[in-house]
Design a protein around this ligand. Structure first.
Ligand SMILES: *Cc1c(COP(=O)(O)O)cnc(C)c1O
Length: 394
């Protein structure tokens, strides 16, 4: 960070980042943004027109927000296993080709600007897609003239699971597998706060120089000049290091996923319902089952997250009805199939002893689950309500 070049235009830190993204992800054109959502905003505004449909493998909150804000409609085409808390299918992040084809046949390929393909799907519990599936989706889309845009925020964790679980990848490095994943895409948005090992930043990366040109026109209006976008020189410098370091050896991601598995296994041993297989970035508690005495409109996942916080100060994240929001047409709560509390583990922050404390707290709350009541809003923001909502106990 001390090496960061803070020149307004043409900072050397920017060019280091361009090289790192090209070497690791294989995309030629880099548009640096302040975070992942800055990249999603630009991509959505450029490619989506009113009435378009964007198929994707389960929604992500900010991704869908920007798709809808651009006039698009998100359609979930993830495999059914992703919504099934009891399934141990190894690739719950896969896109169901039949569902995708049905959407394209219904609305026509010209109404589908791109497929939004997330690696290691966050909302499904940190679940990977297989290389076979990523390739198949890309080949189908190419034949239809539809772009594939990755949310490559967790491509490294996805690559690690491919190495561990998919036939033919045991002897490939995570770096090689990441490069192969991105090969089956036209571009990607990335939140650098995750795999990339830095505190802030993100980017849009594409192959098409004309699309990049249009993206840079938006970048200078919404983020900053094209050679820094939304980041300071020191942040780009750190990010260029992080992008290389995340795949420099396989040990880093193995240790990272291993720590998550350690926590997950402790909870499984005590009978706490969690999503299986255990995800790459966190352990997901099945709040709908743990608090099955609550109605979904009493926000069981939010109530469970609050109880764990009160118990120990461990802050988890609701991923259920609050995150899903209201249907823009009907105004009703969306009532998703999954009511989860995500215990996301930051990279390179905690020791196994910290994981022991987290497990102790969750187990204690689990044992006293009958005493936990529901919640109601005291403040409900109009959009992305999970970020700023306030509740009281019912
Ligand atoms: C965090 C995240 C985003 C949004 O990125 P920010 O950097 O928080 O704006 C988008 N997609 C996925 C999968 C994420 O995990």
């Amino acid at each position: 960070m001390l090496l960061g070049d803070e020149a307004y235009a043409g900072a050397t830190s920017y060019y280091k980042l361009v090289d790192a993204v090209r070497d690791v992800y294989g995309y030629e054109e880099l548009i640096p943004t302040h975070q992942g959502r800055g990249a999603e905003h630009i991509l959505s505004q450029l490619l989506i027109t009113e009435g378009d449909v964007i198929p994707g493998n389960m929604y992500f909150t900010t991704t869908r927000y920007h798709q809808e804000a651009a006039g698009g409609r998100f359609v979930d085409v993830i495999v059914d296993e992703a919504h099934d808390t009891t399934s141990t299918f190894p690739f719950k992040g896969n896109i169901d080709l039949d569902k995708l084809r049905a959407v394209v046949d219904e609305v026509g390929a010209d109404r589908v600007p791109y497929v939004s393909f997330e690696t290691n799907v966050n909302m499904a519990g940190g679940q990977p897609a297989s290389m076979e599936n990523i390739k198949e989706v890309y080949e189908y889309c190419q034949a239809q003239g539809i772009a594939v845009m990755l949310d490559a925020t967790r491509a490294v964790e996805n690559a690690y699971f491919i190495q561990q679980r998919e036939e033919g990848y045991k002897h490939k490095s995570v770096a090689e597998i990441v490069a192969e994943i991105t090969q089956y895409s036209d571009g990607a948005t990335v939140s650098s706060k995750k795999d990339n090992l830095v505190n802030i930043g993100g980017f849009l990366a594409v192959r098409d120089p004309r699309l990049a040109e249009r993206a840079r026109e938006m970048l200078v209006a919404f983020e900053g000049l094209h050679t820094y976008g939304g980041m300071a020189g020191r942040d780009m410098e750190a990010l260029a290091v992080g992008v290389r370091e995340m795949v420099a050896t396989d040990d880093h991601v193995r240790a990272r996923v291993g720590q998550v598995e350690y926590l997950g296994q402790k909870l499984i041993d005590e009978g706490v319902p969690v999503i299986r297989p255990i995800g790459g970035h966190g352990v997901f508690l099945v709040a709908g089952e743990i608090l099955d005495h609550l109605d979904q409109d009493e926000f069981p996942a939010q109530a469970l997250a609050a109880s764990i916080y009160v118990n120990s100060g461990v802050r988890g994240m609701e991923r259920g009805n609050v995150s899903a929001g209201r249907d823009p047409q009907t105004g009703e709560n969306r009532r998703p199939k999954l009511e989860l509390v995500r215990l996301t583990i930051p990279r390179r922050v905690y020791t196994q002893s910290h994981m022991d404390v987290v497990a102790e707290s969750v187990i204690e709350v689990y044992e006293n689950r009958e005493t936990i009541g529901g919640l109601e809003f005291t403040y409900e923001p109009h959009s992305l309500r999970f970020f700023q909502a306030r509740f009281r106990a019912v």
